[in-house]
Design a protein around this ligand. Structure first.
Ligand code: HEC
Length: 472
């Protein structure tokens, strides 16, 4: 409502963010862990004079730079592009709250890029010590950019004292900052280990060298797994109450958590038994399988981390449907349509007769509109108020299916108290007349009650049935 609506059919716009972000994280974490690996191992190979290992590291550095700089940068810009369109209010808030954080991030990003190119293209032309130093400069800058971005993204899950103070450091050092930094550092090392095993298994023909690379790459992976486990437990402890309840309460999240735990267990076992204990096991097939389990675990973990934020997109500040937490009360009085720049303009263009000269919406004129116009306005209310999390007729979490067979009274309660139906839905932020239009729209698209099932209609008029529930 504060911004125009971006309609993504079937998928919903936020799911597009999730997909682009996970695609980015797969490589951006490797950009950090792989940098640490390359720096430490180049130092080791130069110190021990292991020419074959050094030659492999150079080959790996080329793959590393191609992937992280090209793919990483493109998907990174892709995130900005998608969040700007899908969650403009939250993006605006993150930019305003952390201007200097972003600026520092870009400085380190530039250092990272420069160091990466010097490290690879001047491999032979620099003195060995200088070359190793450049490797460490890359690794340090990459890790600091991970720390900076984690401060900002962790803020969205638990904003701590920021909503009261609006102070930069309160936002940055939020309760989720340290746990997520720990888990992400571990994840970066773990992913790097899987990337190196995959690359080495596909590129190295000589079994002796492959065994050396696989074993050396397994060590940061095992350390990374320990950091991920510690960070995740701490992450859980630092979750706000709503996120903790969502984690156990939502079936989809239960399944994803099982995927994370299962995939992590398999990765840990494979990494320890294969590359670490018996590097001879590392064949292309083994490495590909290990890599896929790793991606499944990281991807599911990222989805869980994003999903438990509901009903907020920025905890305690902005709801998932692009409304400030603090403006809900005023929108209930003033009206949702009249409260937003774009919804107001839309209504004034289509139905000037319902907008008063002062810019308010005339409720009785709204109620008197023909049925077709009312349904269209109900649809607009749905798009702005619900479409962030639900498709309409078909697609992801489509309301037509979720509310299939619901009675008018149930739909009315749903619209007026979404947060009581499921606590991870934002509260209703409009007038009673607007709620009525949304309810009519939902009724028009909801699937009918499935034929052949008992309907329990005899309980319809039971008096006082809601008494106990209402008291809670
Ligand atoms: C911040 C995200 C979010 C928003 C916004 C949201 N919902 Fe939901 N809603 C959910 C989630 C998550 C569920 C659980 C079902 C699922 O995962 O598909 C849910 C469940 C539902 C259900 C099924 C309830 C049940 O318990 O069976 C209906 C119906 C529904 N929502 C309608 C709406 C309507 C109408 C709106 C807009 C007024 C809305 N939702 C806004 C996240 C949201």
């Amino acid at each position: 409502m504060h911004y125009p609506w971006w309609h993504v059919p079937l998928l919903t716009a936020p799911m597009l963010i999730a997909i682009v972000s996970v695609a980015h994280v797969y490589v951006s974490m490797y950009a950090v862990g792989g940098g640490l690996f390359l720096a430490a191992e180049t130092q080791h190979a130069r110190r021990t004079g292991d020419r074959a290992y050094l030659a492999y590291l150079r080959d790996h550095a080329k793959f590393f730079i191609l992937l992280t700089v090209v793919y990483g940068a493109i998907t990174g810009v892709g995130i900005w592009w998608t969040i700007g369109l899908a969650s403009p209010l939250a993006t605006e808030t993150l930019i305003h709250a952390f201007v200097f954080g972003w600026a520092i991030e870009y400085v380190f990003f530039a250092v990272e890029l420069a160091a990466a190119f010097v490290f690879y293209y001047y491999w032979d032309r620099l003195a060995p010590r200088t070359h190793v130093r450049i490797g460490w400069i890359y690794a340090g800058a990459a890790w600091i950019s991970l720390v900076l971005i984690t401060g900002i993204t962790a803020f969205m899950l638990n904003s701590g004292r920021w909503p009261q103070t609006h102070a930069f450091w309160d936002g940055f050092f939020n309760p989720q900052f340290l746990p997520q930094t720990l888990a992400r550092t571990g994840g970066a090392l773990l992913l790097a280990s899987l990337y190196v095993n995959l690359h080495a298994a596909l590129r190295i023909r000589e079994p002796g060298l492959l065994a050396v690379v696989a074993r050396r790459a397994a060590r940061p992976g095992l350390l990374g797994a320990a950091l991920v486990a510690l960070g995740s437990l701490w992450w859980y402890a630092a979750l706000p109450a709503s996120a903790r309840l969502a984690l156990v309460g939502a079936a989809a999240l239960n399944i994803l958590v099982m995927v994370v735990l299962g995939a992590s267990g398999v990765v840990l076992a494979m990494l320890y038994l294969g590359p670490y204990r018996r590097p001879g096991w590392v064949t292309p097939g083994f490495a590909i399988l290990l890599f896929c389990f790793g991606l499944a675990g990281v991807g599911a973990g990222e989805f869980v981390r994003e999903a438990v934020r509901k009903p907020f997109i920025i905890h305690d500040v902005i709801y998932g449907n692009q409304i400030w937490k603090d403006e809900v009360e005023s929108l209930r009085g003033r009206g949702y349509l009249a409260g937003g720049v774009w919804t107001r303009a839309w209504l004034a263009a289509r139905h000037p007769e319902v907008v008063t000269p002062g810019g308010a919406v005339d409720e009785s004129a709204l109620a008197a509109l023909p049925a077709e116009a009312r349904l269209r306005i109900g649809e607009v209310l749905f798009e702005h108020h619900c479409n962030d999390c639900h498709a309409a007729r078909a697609g992801l979490s489509a309301v037509a299916h979720l509310a299939g067979g619901w009675t008018d009274e149930m739909l009315r309660q749903l619209v007026l108290h979404p947060e009581r139906v499921q606590f991870f839905m934002p509260p209703w932020a409009g007038t009673l007349a607007e709620a009525r239009l949304l309810q009519e729209y939902l009724g028009s698209i909801a699937e009918p009650f499935p034929a052949g099932l008992p309907r329990g209609d005899q309980f319809k008029a039971e008096p006082g049935a809601g008494g106990r529930a209402d008291a809670r």
